[in-house]
Design a protein around this ligand. Structure first.
Ligand SMILES: Cc1cc2nc3c(=O)[nH]c(=O)nc-3n(C[C@H](O)[C@H](O)[C@H](O)COP(=O)(O)OP(=O)(O)OC[C@H]3O[C@@H](n4cnc5c(N)ncnc54)[C@H](O)[C@@H]3O)c2cc1C
Length: 434
């Protein structure tokens, strides 16, 4: 009788899990990909959904469709809530009416659960400060941003209208910068659409606790990005920390301890992240370390200490190097994708009786967009800004977007909105879907 195929369970159909599964599909293994969503979300363009530039379906792709022709890959919709390392089994909770199996057994487990925004211990702020990590978050933001403009049209009280037209973005990393720039552009694109106010009155405040925007970039590009934001009308407030978020205001504190309350109805949260709850779960079950962002520390080859059959990748891990130093790679898609492909190689090497190699990250550069024809790029020391950087950003994002149809649709949308200043998905959807 032929040997039973090696069973690999991959948790997470995001950037890391997707790449691992695509590569594993070429090996003589049986793969089960589990996600609590039935689609892959292209997070780098989530802000365009939040600002009505793109529709949800253009940045999401059904996982089942991606693996339609890969007969050794099965996709399971379910929420992983337990990992039993001794029994080599994960526990599942249903996310729909479906008859989800309550567990799955594995020979190798690959976990890529990602991360989510942290509210610095103030989870109560989340109600008023929506984030962009999920499709639901992006749609909530779209509804809030567009509703604020509608409310400003109807509100006769000047102070209330000012409150409606004030948008506070917390965190000046790539997502915060993109959101601030896009809201400035929405206001610009809406010129002439309202009767009782001028969208040019819109006030966008970008709050950052550190001393510059885009701290992952060289200071010269941070300075250019800040100037670019200001030329779009964004007020950039550096060295200020958010100390309170309420329904109608955000309170910031300057370095000297002085506080200011900014009246606003729309707060966008783009500050620090913490790892998926699957990271502390793995740490708890294996005795591995976690860091202050809850990431679990894995071995140089990305395996869990003491459990070579478990590989953890992407935003939820830090990696111990051979010399003992623990490295946190940037929380970006290329890191997760390379680690996903590495995880599949580890499985392939083991099946061939070869030892797994350590993971090496190939840094291809850093890109951030600010608005139409405005971006910054740091590609292996080559520093670009403005139109060239923006074209590079467009090309890279189209290239990595999943699905040929999505690429064509997004290209057409971008071309159309660039020429017409229109936004095809400027819709207020009351159900937090589509
Ligand atoms: C708004 C935003 C913008 C970004 N922009 C960029 C950018 O421009 N460039 C860039 O390189 N990076 C960007 N990033 C970062 C990038 O998206 C992440 O680094 C990358 O997604 C990490 O991949 P991952 O596989 O670790 O996690 P993810 O891609 O987040 O995937 C995690 C998957 O696991 C699933 N999952 C989690 N927990 C469970 C569970 N318990 N059970 C079942 N399924 C589960 C989730 O549904 C999800 O599908 C951005 C991130 C955000 C939030």
């Amino acid at each position: 009788m032929a040997d039973a195929p090696h069973r690999v369970v991959v948790v997470g159909g995001g950037f890391g899990g997707l790449q691992a599964t695509l590569k594993l599909a070429k090996l003589p293994v049986e793969v089960t990909l589990v996600d609590r969503r039935n689609f892959h979300l292209f997070q780098p363009l989530a802000y365009q959904v939040a600002t009505g530039a793109l529709s949800p379906a253009e940045i999401c792709y059904p996982l089942r469709r991606i693996f339609r022709r890969k007969r050794n890959v099965r996709v399971v919709l379910g929420d992983v809530d337990d990992i039993d390392l001794a029994a080599k089994r994960i526990g599942l909770q249903p996310v729909s009416e479906a008859d989800t199996p309550d567990h799955l057994d594995y020979d190798t487990l690959i976990v890529s659960g990602g991360s989510h925004y942290s509210y610095f211990g103030h989870d109560e702020w989340q109600e008023h400060a929506a984030e962009l990590k999920s499709l639901e978050g992006a749609l909530t933001l779209r509804r809030r941003i567009l509703t604020a403009f509608e409310a400003a049209e109807l509100d006769v009280h000047p102070e209330h209208r000012r409150e409606q037209l004030t948008f506070v973005v917390v965190g000046a990393g790539p997502t915060g910068v993109e959101m601030a720039g896009q809201i400035a552009e929405i206001a610009h694109d809406m010129q002439g659409d309202f009767r009782s106010f001028d969208p040019a009155e819109t006030r966008i405040v970008l709050v950052e606790a550190l001393d510059r925007v885009l701290t992952g970039f060289p200071p010269s590009l941070s300075a250019k990005a800040k100037r670019s934001l200001e030329s779009l009308g964004v007020t950039v407030r550096l060295n200020e920390s958010v100390v309170d978020v309420e329904e109608r205001s955000v309170t910031v504190e300057r370095a000297g301890g002085e506080r200011e309350r900014i009246p606003t109805r729309t707060v966008i949260w783009a500050a620090g992240v913490v790892a998926s709850s699957l990271a502390p779960l793995l740490a708890d079950r294996s005795g591995a370390e976690t860091d202050k962002a809850q990431r679990v520390t894995v071995e140089p080859d990305m395996t869990l200490p003491g459990h070579p059959e478990v590989i953890a990748i992407g935003d939820m891990v830090s990696v111990r190097q051979k010399d003992g130093e623990v490295v946190v790679f940037p929380g970006v898609a290329p890191v997760a994708m390379q680690q996903g492909r590495h995880a599949a190689r580890v499985v392939g090497d083991r099946l061939q009786g070869r030892e797994a190699k350590p993971f090496h990250y190939v840094d291809k550069g850093n890109l951030a967009t600010i608005g139409r024809a405005r971006a910054v790029a740091d590609i292996k020391g080559l520093r670009l800004s403005g139109f060239i950087a923006w074209w590079t950003w467009l090309g890279v994002h189209l290239f990595y977007l999943i699905g040929f149809q999505n690429r064509v649709l997004v290209l057409i949308r971008w071309a159309f909105s660039f020429l017409s200043h229109g936004r095809g998905a400027r819709l207020i959807a009351h159900e937090e879907t589509g």
